[in-house]
Design a protein around this ligand. Structure first.
Ligand code: ASP
Length: 312
């Protein structure tokens, strides 16, 4: 039997952290995280960065995706594991999935408990991720997230618990996987602002995103995609300036679609030019818009991408 080669890209997070007087910080090297040797499998550690994922920049997130593409340039690589902090894993894993044209497995994992905790979940999660990365059944499934015994597609995944070992859930396990492009863009990532909507929100929140030259805006609206009528005029202003506005929701589960009127309802937002994200929640809708705008997508492509992201 030939040896299966797994590249393990490490980025920091709790799996690589120890507890210090100043809080848990990533200090373990990539080599420290390599799981116990098993016959026929070689794990090659690549230490890309060592950061808390809540502090990760967009450039760093794109560098993870580039590192995956570079690793797959070697035809002998069977699969890839990425260790990542859980706080923003849903964003980086999804960004990788937007460019995942190679059928070989890519599995993101992390930990809830630091490496020096007696019950640290990192080693078991990494071992499970390596198993998935060498499993032929993982091929062609897109980027996967393995955590606490659960395996989920990166598309639709979100952090659902700050403490549970199975830290992630999915809004919909059957989301189609339209790609943004085969090649990862090398230029400046587009700036996309994510704005949360709530009773009493200032309409100026969108105006200031426009002033600060956001290339796109994502709204975490209330319910099925609704807000105050004052926001609708601002959406219209953004649309007239050619800035795409994507509507998602702050609700974790269910479909988002224009249903209500009244000036600030989803029907009004759609008429003002907003694009609806039926399933991808605001953090992943933002990542999709970044991927699209960073590869020069026009409004039609943005509309098509979100339409193609809905099952059925
Ligand atoms: N703050 C940590 C991080 O995202 C949390 C974790 O890894 O679970 O890097």
């Amino acid at each position: 039997m030939s040896t299966r080669q797994v590249v393990m890209i490490t980025t920091g997070g709790t799996a690589a952290s120890r507890t210090t007087d100043a809080g848990a910080v990533p200090v373990l090297s990539a080599a420290d995280l390599v799981p116990k040797a098993r016959p026929g499998v070689t794990v090659h550690p690549v230490e890309l960065m060592s950061v808390d994922s809540s502090a990760m920049t967009l450039r760093e997130q794109f560098s993870v995706v580039r590192s995956i593409a570079e690793s797959f340039a070697d035809p002998d690589v069977t699969g890839i594991v990425v260790t990542h902090g859980t706080d923003t894993l849903e964003e980086t894993a999804f960004l990788a999935d937007l460019f995942a044209a190679d059928p070989r497995p890519v599995v993101f994992t992390g930990a809830q408990l630091p490496a020096d905790h007696p019950e640290s979940d990192g080693p078991a999660n990494i071992a499970a991720a390596v198993d998935l990365a060498i499993d032929p059944a993982s091929r062609g499934r897109g980027v996967l997230v393995a955590m606490g015994g659960r395996v989920l597609s990166a598309r639709g995944v979100f952090k659902s618990s700050t403490t549970a070992a199975a830290a992630f859930d999915t809004v919909n396990a059957d989301l189609p996987r339209p790609l943004v492009a085969d090649a990862v863009p090398s230029g400046h990532p587009a700036r996309v602002d994510l704005l949360s909507l709530y009773p009493g929100v200032s309409a100026g929140t969108i105006a200031s995103a426009i002033e600060q030259r956001a290339a796109g805006i994502v709204l975490a609206a209330t319910g099925s995609g609704n807000t105050h009528p004052d926001i609708t005029a601002q959406v219209s202003l953004a649309a007239h300036r050619g800035i795409p506005v994507v509507v998602s929701t702050r609700v974790p589960y269910g479909f988002v679609k224009p249903t209500y009127g009244g000036g600030g309802g989803g029907v009004d937002l759609a008429r003002a030019g907003a694009v609806f994200s039926p399933w991808l929640r605001a953090p992943q809708a933002r990542v999709a818009l970044i991927g699209l705008l960073s590869t020069g997508a026009d409004r039609r492509s943005v509309v098509d991408f979100f339409a193609a992201s809905s099952p059925g």
